[in-house]
Design a binder for this molecule. Sequence first.
Ligand SMILES: [Zn+2]
Ligand SMILES: [Zn+2]
Ligand SMILES: [Zn+2]
Length: 84
Amino acid sequence: MCHNIIDGRYHTPCGHFVSMSTRLQDCLRANCLFSRRHVHPVGCKSQFCIRLMALPVRNPIRVSPTVCSNCQMGGPVPVGAMGS
Ligand SMILES: [Zn+2]
Ligand SMILES: [Zn+2]
Ligand SMILES: [Zn+2]
């Protein structure tokens, strides 16, 4: 199953993740609607094809020792409030 990879910055003190860019990780399966290897590019009606994307994965390309700009503005934003 394909999923999105969210590149971003992780703020250690507040535990928030700030996304910077999103890219698709292709699973390269012929039965996945989101893959470029999907064998039915138009009008797929196969019940064997995967129609859901897996949950996005966060990829912290930067780790910041400071709180995020949101928290600098005076929050408070509870940890884990972004997505779940
Ligand atoms: Zn896929
Ligand atoms: Zn298909
Ligand atoms: Zn924060």
